[in-house]
Design a protein around this ligand. Sequence first.
Ligand SMILES: [Zn+2]
Length: 140
Amino acid sequence: MNDLLIAEDDEDIAAVLALMLQKTAMPISWVADGVAALETIVASPPAVLLTDIGMPGMGGWELIWAVRGHEHLAEIPIVVLTGYPWNVHTGAVEHGACAVLLKPCPGRELTDIVESLAARGSHAHCPTSTICLDPSNFSV
Ligand SMILES: [Zn+2]
């Protein structure tokens, strides 16, 4: 139950992320699109979901909305990792993301945020809060 699920359609990026996140000591699973991610989450809810936005089929926002709208899955901590700066807007938290990171993201920042969210655990995600993380938990 303390595992991290990575939804990322680029296998090379997923491999780099998995390598960076080894420091968290969390078991890591990887899926290549939103549909596979949702199936995995329903079968076995991860401690933290790290998702890309642009993926074939079901993209990251659709995945996040599906998770947030699900009665048993809505409280999973979610980190968005995207290569498109236009996805980083004040509405990201409103749309269900606990944190938004831009590619390429330094490994330290990524690890700190994933660990902070794993430590916080399931929470009633508040769409109107400016940030889900307690900034004192990490040093970025
Ligand atoms: Zn949240």
